[in-house]
Design a protein around this ligand. Sequence first.
Ligand code: ADP
Length: 660
Amino acid sequence: MFRKILIANRGEIACRVIRSAQSLGVACVAVHSDADADALHVTLADEAMPIGGARPADSYLKGDAIIAAALATGAEAIHPGYGFLSENPDFVEAVTAAGLVFIGPPADAIRAMGLKDAAKDLMARAGVPVVPGYQGAEQSPERLVQEAETIGYPVLIKAVAGGGGKGMRRVDRAGDFAAALASAKGEAATAFGNDRVLIEKYVEKPRHIEVQVFGDGTNAVHLFERDCSLQRRHQKVIEEAPAPGMTPEMRAAMGGAAVRAAEAIGYSGAGTVEFIVDASDGLRVDRFWFMEMNTRLQVEHPVTEAITGIDLVEWQLRVAAGEPLPLRQQDLAIQGHAFEARLYAEDVPAGFLPATGRLAHLAFPAGVRADSGVRAGDTISPWYDPMIAKIITHGATRAVALRQLERGLAGTEVAGTVTNLAFLHALSRHEGFASGDVDTGLIARDLDALTATPPRDHLTCAAEVTALLAAAALPGDALAGFTIWQPMGWIVSLAGPEGEVSGRITLAAPNRAQVELGGQLFLAERAGLVTYPASGWSVEGRAPMKVVTDGARLHVLLPEGRPVLVLDRIDPLDRQTQAGVGGDVTLSPMPGLVKSVLVAAGDVVAAGDRLAVLEAMKMEHTLTAARDGVVAEVLVAVGAQVEAGAALIRLEALSGDGEG
Ligand code: ADP
């Protein structure tokens, strides 16, 4: 086994690899961009090396800088994670040339699978079923349209260099072919610098079922299948293993084909063979076809780990270090069922737009596996993939694992950025999904229902605002220092996207506040063992809500992952200054003791001059003049105890400064 490896990646996959490597006693070197200097993967690693600027092209894609870092730190091998350089055969060759081990397949195996047309030809020769179609060199529009006729509509045009669903067009009739071809070629040329396409039969009611394989360079085994049919615009959203409705015959046929695919290219390490399955009539052995092979660890590998009990990163390290495959095919078995949901910082109502933001809070419930590369306080930056975490559950049956997923998503707390949490939660409760009737069109068909925000009644909204007001008024855990011989009352104001709300807070007991909101009284009680900066509040006996305080910003976490309600506390002293622009009376922003009065009637003051000092909540607050003027009247004396809103000092305009 290696003594030290370098992880040429960031985020959750870097953290995931580090954890397994360290548990094997292997030291880890992290590399990071300037934007990631304090990232979680850097903290977890034994050593870290900066490799350049925030843009991937300036850091995580700089193969030479990464190899130099490995040599400088004495790492013996490089784990590429997924994305970035993981499927770049030139990088693999450079790593090997530098005398290091690449933890992954040989460069030739990556090249063989790099282009979809060559891969399809190779697979067909190895006896792996491929989607019927045309993947020839002749690319004239006349030839392509003629091939489409032969295949029969609907067809799919695919860029041979494609990835991530780019350069792909479905065509339903001959009349649309020319336009679709032109746009697919244009997109492919821009995205991949290669405008060659292939044409294949469009599979109706398609399911995406992929097989995890593992090779030692000669032989391969498969670790069963994953179903990734829950997709949005060809992007996976929730994955599971095994595939619903899978039969032993179908599994043997698909597993066998995947092993043949891996062995045909002398594969070593972890890989995935992706198949498209026509599920219009159940799963049938003559209705699955090779789509492509991903020559790396996949994002969704944890569901396979959950059902096999195998640590795939451990296998990767052992095989790369020269050990044989740890288990034979007959030693591998499936236990139970697993799901993975991908939690993203994205704005679902805005069309799933990637989002950014600083995470004020991030917590996962016990009993789920959460693979994440960020913690509370970290920023989801615009530079990298906005995935926050993968939530993985495992149960004895599919129904149990799905209930666990629903529970896991309901218990996941994230504040500071918009997320797809509510969407994932709605999916976990989708009836068709629950019955196992999945295909790649499910999300698109039910998108409206899956993204609808359930209407909330007036009382629920008021309760949420009350929880925020109570948390803003009583932020700490204990109320030590407060004298509660008599109820204290003060006004708290919060600003949100829909304007401002103010509530009058009266302390009824150390952990209980009465909040007057819009003329109605609500009782808010501190609930649960929640520690600052979070606090739990039960309003009028309802289920407790958690409020997270992040400076002046307060987030209330709503049930079922519904979008977090965020309001900003308005500093009463700022307000005083603003309010003073129109009014001439300085009001006490909170209940307190007048410590000193710094002006007398007749004094001329300029905006910003100190007028009085108030002691409240164990702190001194200086009240300043909101505008230039003359002190007309001092309405309080030093030592006076004043209520929130009490008039303290009245200013008058300087003569000649009037409206006239
Ligand atoms: P990419 O490399 O761009 O991700 P893939 O070939 O992996 O493209 O296909 C992505 C997705 O497109 C699949 O998961 C499936 O949902 C859909 N798809 C691909 N080929 C077909 C086909 N022949 N018929 C129907 N859908 C397909």
